[in-house]
Design a protein around this ligand. Structure first.
Ligand SMILES: *[C@@H]1O[C@H](CO)[C@@H](O)[C@H](O)[C@H]1NC(C)=O
Length: 284
């Protein structure tokens, strides 16, 4: 996981601004065109999986508003929560409009156009994003039109958790995050299994990280192999799922780089954000 670059192209100026203002902040969203020298990595320490094993996973494809001639390319992950709703991270979509996106479901490939492709009709971002702490309330709902044809095999909705996960529970995270800095991205869907870390312990791990705005709030949860490292989500995995026993508990959000032994990955806590999600879902 590494610096947050909501940067597309042209604006080296903006790159510089973002670079200096976000300190070591670090959403795991894939950097768009700009070849900035940031460390990134795919799902770290994971294994190749198949979309049938994570049928709720989608690839959120994006193009810059100033570059309509470009193809849509993978920006973030997300989870199907109903035929017309995807849950992703607020930092993936902040400052953008629905027409900049396509959602690809039922595909194993980051760059593929197999599977089902649909459009985003509306973006509902948590209005408390970044309030109280850096990257707090990092969730957004994407309303799809047309809805996805759920086949319950490669395209399937996942249930939202209503209780936070227990520390030590093994969670599965998945995505198409890229390989190491300057390296080539894996085009196939990867997953990794990591234990949940309690918020208390995680908050201690992040105590000396960044400035005082970096805290592990109750709207976040952590997962990682403490003291070991080597297994984590990374750049390009943002917005994607953290799942325990077939329920969605987390949304890939941020962290200090990726897979460090001393810094778990940080996720938006679905159970804690459940009331916001429920209130903001359009009536079916
Ligand atoms: C998939 O599951 C949903 C919810 O259980 C159900 O309503 C729908 O009919 C199923 N679709 C198929 C194609 O099996």
């Amino acid at each position: 996981m590494s610096p947050s670059w909501l940067v597309y192209l042209s604006a080296c100026l903006i790159c510089c601004l973002v670079a200096t203002t976000t300190v070591r902040g670090l959403p795991l969203q894939e950097d768009q065109d700009a070849k900035i020298d940031i460390p990134d990595g795919r799902i770290v320490g994971g294994y190749v999986t198949d979309i049938a094993q994570c049928p709720y996973q989608i690839s959120l494809r994006y193009k810059g508003i100033t570059t309509p001639q470009n193809a849509y390319s993978h920006r973030c992950g997300g989870s199907i929560i109903s035929s017309n709703e995807v849950l992703t991270a607020a930092h993936c979509v902040i400052g953008t409009v629905p027409s900049q996106y396509k959602v690809v479901a039922g595909s194993n490939y980051r760059t593929g156009s197999d599977g089902v492709i649909t459009s985003v009709k509306e973006i509902i971002m948590h209005e408390g994003y970044f309030s109280g702490a850096a990257y707090n309330n990092d969730v957004a709902l994407l309303i799809l039109d047309p809805p996805l044809p759920l086949n319950n095999f490669t395209i399937k909705a996942i249930q939202l958790a209503s209780e936070p996960p227990l520390p030590g529970a093994i969670s599965k995270i998945s995505g198409w995050g890229t390989t190491s800095s300057g390296g080539t991205a894996s085009d196939v869907l990867l997953a990794v299994d990591v234990p949940i870390v309690s918020n208390e312990v995680c908050n201690q791990d992040y105590e000396d990280f960044g400035d005082e705005t970096y805290q592990i709030t109750k709207e976040m949860l952590c997962a990682g192999k403490r003291g070991v490292g080597g297994a984590d989500a990374c750049q390009g995995d943002s917005g994607g799922p953290l799942v325990v026993r077939d329920q969605l508990y987390g949304v890939v959000s941020w962290g200090n780089r990726c897979a460090l032994a001393d810094y778990p990955g940080v996720y938006a806590n679905v159970a804690e954000l459940r009331s916001w999600i429920d209130v903001n879902r359009p009536a079916l």
